[in-house]
Design a protein around this ligand. Structure first.
Ligand code: FEO
Ligand code: CA
Ligand code: CA
Ligand code: CA
Length: 824
């Protein structure tokens, strides 16, 4: 019998070494092989190790011969993140055991959870195959003692699930071996006395309910005594953005006069309050049985009317003065909160994305504005229109409604809301642990259509914040603090004051990508930013001061010659390499024609739909990544490549200019948006961290609903230079050189989840132990009507529902049935 550990190829999480030597090892291996074949349909279960138990008989204290013989189970092999169950047993002699113990003898430290004769642990992250040895010791009632050892060989982490197929079903599909639990849903109560959500359009009280269109989310750990505990995987505060509305489902028969007004006050109030941010307490009732606490004292709603402080260099600017804050240092509320960021000091950064559309400007306003104001309003899309949902048309003087009208109506800026649009487009810091804290808008990070704000903290360096501005042809920004990171600030009690230190004083940069795979960060600093040149009939824009630069960051970035991108969405940083990834969700031919490509936005092609239409441009999007020179957050130069290109593998199985990454139907995707690395507190975020990619797509939705993929990415420069042959709708072609990452394979990219009908997958986080993954399912059934909803999720997750059941955005908790780390 060989005692060699055989390379482990199966995908199960358990290594339950509970066999004794009373049967032959060949029999054991055969039996185990069959069981795994049954679990995984045979094909995926290949070799496994089950060779050579170590079993030592020992002597009792008087050194006379003992009859007690124990086993620590078979040696075995597994990979990082999987559950290992060690089972000791008495194989000969008197089994009247009085005490037993498990201990780790060698290898990287693991947490052994001992229960009687068994011990369980999660296989740790390892660089190369590594042996861990464990000892099992027993005493019996006769005073005899014996011990045995066993060896578990742990290999580096691999994706350990079967790819989820394309799906148009109205459920969340996950791999076999995983379970979905529905958590907080649109309308769920957040305070005692608030009724259960009827979900028929009659509900009110949205300032005390979960909002609509749940987007980015983060789990902030709580100790059993209710204090901040970043290591807790069993209790925490779920902080989630509520970006927008499926407005048709919020009222019994849909909204009244929604595009033109006048709007009924009660409808508008409900819609306003369904935006913002929610904080809700989540608890694990044991073994990852998650529920939320509807009456927790931590629960909070931040709405578009919650008081906010305006902080940083633009605070006090005349351009921020409103009827609420004549000196421009305060504001109310946040709107269209999309992605997020997490500081290193226990706070949440919520990002205001498509805020411009909520504002009304009457035609008369044009003549009342200065040329400078008109340039700025146009650059941010605050155009002459009624505004989303026409909230300002409510017949009321309540600022909840009137503040959405940016038309000049008063004598001065302190008399109306002409500057209210300048109060949005910021990154807003929230302390989730203090429900009474006032959120702070961080103007040093610039004003744009903020998608997300990935915070990079490295010892001895400045704090960096990487931010996409999500519109076509907008830019990637980076903020660098003046202060060097002090680890002592990580656990300070006044978290928002720590935010003042790092987020109010620093330099904002914008990215310029060069064709040779290098790039430059251009500082948005008053005095060095040139005037923004005239464009067509729009005159030159002359910056007045640093506040002007930050409030009109887009104009400053234009003036600096930043690289326009294919809609910058989320940013995420690899916790091991420090490399920054950015989703570029898509672009179209009218915004970026065939001759508008560049190395960083290189593709132009047509993707056909089953309906017969074809979308030209970059309909499937890509993911770019960069590495700071010197791995320094404050570097002003970097290297970049394109990690991954989205594509429809059915239409383009082998076209190297479209399906550049070599996707298959097991891992093809379109319009990447949410982006997240597994936390570095568990094996999925260590050594070679798992990257999670969420889609918000309209291009491949003829084949499949939106999805979540898991990836094991490499690093900047792991691929090669390529030249793509682009083609537009006329058949004209053009060559574009770029730098592609290493191609996708079944081992490094796999579809993990497909969502319900008409949803977007957005928002993602995991517990620190990596054994629960929280994912946001946004706007299922967004194209339906109250009379004919086009999704019935999440009710549909449990089976068939009545055809009248309305869909709700919701958070789900995904757990692995064997308790292992998600994805591995
Ligand atoms: Fe709210 Fe750019 O997605
Ligand atoms: Ca297609
Ligand atoms: Ca998004
Ligand atoms: Ca989106």
């Amino acid at each position: 019998m060989s005692d060699t550990l055989i390379e482990n190829g199966y995908t199960d999480g358990d290594v339950d070494t509970n066999q004794t030597t009373s049967v032959s090892l060949e029999t054991l291996a055969d039996a185990r092989y069959s069981r795994r074949q049954a679990i995984f349909g045979g094909a995926k279960a290949t070799s496994l190790a089950l060779m050579g138990t170590t079993m030592l008989a020992a002597c009792n204290e008087d050194n006379s011969e003992s009859t007690l013989v124990v086993s620590a189970g078979q040696n075995a092999a597994t990979s990082a993140g999987r559950v290992v169950i060690l089972t000791g047993s008495v194989t000969a002699g008197d089994a009247n055991v009085t005490s037993s113990a498990w201990a780790q003898n060698s290898g990287p430290d693991v947490d052994l959870v001992v229960d009687g004769l068994t011990a369980t642990f999660i296989a740790p992250a390892v660089e190369t195959a590594t042996d861990l040895t464990f000892g099992f010791a027993v005493q019996n009632a006769d005073g005899e003692a014996a011990n045995a050892t066993t060896t578990i060989r742990v290999s580096p982490a691999v994706l350990g699930f079967s790819a989820v197929a394309h799906s148009l079903d109205d459920i969340v599909a996950v791999p076999s071996g995983y379970t979905v639990t529905i958590m907080t849903r649109l309308g769920d109560p957040l305070a005692a006395g608030v009724g259960a959500y009827a979900n028929d359009g009659t509900d009110g009280d949205f300032a005390q309910r979960i909002g609509d269109h749940g987007d980015a989310l983060h789990f902030f750990g709580l100790s059993s005594s209710g204090t901040r505990d970043d290591g807790s995987s069993t209790r925490g505060l779920m902080v989630q953005n509520h970006e927008n509305l499926n407005v048709q489902y919020l009222h019994p028969n849909g909204p009244t006069n929604v595009s033109t007004g006048p709007r009924p006050a009660d409808e508008a109030k409900k819609e306003i309050e369904a935006h913002g941010v929610s904080v809700s307490e989540y608890v694990d009732g044991g073994d990852r049985q998650w529920t939320y606490v509807a009456d927790s004292s931590f629960n909070r709603r931040i709405t578009p009317m919650t008081p906010m402080q305006i902080m940083g260099p633009a605070a006090g600017s005349a351009m921020l003065a409103t009827a609420y804050s004549a000196n421009g240092t305060a504001g109310r509320g946040t709107i269209n909160n999309c992605a997020n960021g997490i500081s290193g000091w226990g706070t949440n950064l919520t990002c205001e994305e498509n805020w411009a559309g909520y504002f009304r400007r009457d035609a008369a306003d044009v003549a009342l504005r200065t040329e400078r104001e008109l340039t700025a309003l146009a650059r941010y899309g605050v155009s002459v229109r009624t505004g989303n949902y026409a909230w300002s048309t409510v017949a009321s003087t309540d600022p909840m409604f009137t503040k959405w009208n940016a038309t000049i109506t008063g004598a001065t800026a302190a008399d109306d809301y002409r500057n209210e649009p300048n109060q949005y487009g910021w990154v807003v810091e929230i302390d989730p642990y203090d429900p009474n804290s006032t959120p702070r808008k961080r103007t040093a990070l610039g004003r744009c259509g903020h998608e997300g704000a990935f915070v990079r903290i490295a010892a001895g360096q400045k704090v960096g914040v990487y931010m996409g501005d999500d519109s076509r042809r907008e830019y990637l920004y980076k903020y660098v603090s003046n202060a060097t990171w002090d680890a002592g600030d990580a656990n300070a009690s006044d978290r928002l004051s720590v935010g003042d230190k790092y987020l109010d004083n620093g330099t904002l940069y914008v990215a310029k990508f060069e064709a040779d795979g290098t790039g430059t960060w251009l500082p948005l600093v008053f005095g060095s930013v040139p005037n923004r040149p005239a464009v067509g009939t729009t005159p030159e824009y002359v910056f007045a001061d640093q506040a002007d630069i930050l409030i009109n960051a887009r104009l400053a970035a234009d003036a600096l010659g930043a690289t326009p991108m294919d809609r910058p969405e989320w940013t995420a940083g690899n916790p091991v390499t420090g490399e920054i990834y950015l989703t570029l969700t898509n672009n179209n031919a009218s915004n970026r024609p065939l001759d508008g490509t560049d190395a960083a936005n290189p593709r132009h092609y047509g993707d056909p739909k089953l309906s017969g239409s074809t979308s030209y441009g970059n309909p499937n999007g890509h993911i770019i990544r960069l590495r700071e020179d010197g791995d320094d957050t404050a570097a002003t130069t970097f290297a970049w490549d394109i990690y991954l290109f989205g594509a429809d593998a059915t239409d383009f199985p082998s076209d190297a200019s479209v399906n550049v990454s070599g996707l298959t139907t097991d891992n093809d995707f379109s319009s990447p948006d949410g982006l997240y690395f597994s936390r570095d507190s568990n094996p999925a975020g260590q050594i070679n961290p798992v990257l999670w990619i969420e889609t918000d797509d309209g291009a491949m939705t003829d084949r499949t609903n939106c999805m979540l993929l898991a990836a094991l990415p490499g690093h900047v420069g792991d691929g090669s230079a390529v030249t793509l042959t682009n083609k537009d709708s006329t058949g004209a072609t053009a060559q574009q050189a770029t730098i592609a990452g290493t191609p996708a394979t079944a081992a490094n990219l796999r579809r993990f989840l497909v969502g319900p009908a008409e949803c977007e997958i957005t928002g993602i986080d995991m517990t620190p132990d990596g054994r629960t993954l929280f994912v946001g399912i946004q706007h299922p059934g967004e194209d339906g009507t109250p009379a004919a909803p086009t999704s019935h999720w999440p009710d549909s997750q449990a089976g068939t529902t009545a055809t009248t059941v309305r869909p709700r955005s919701a958070v789900i908790a995904i757990t692995k049935d064997d308790g292992g780390v998600i994805g591995l």
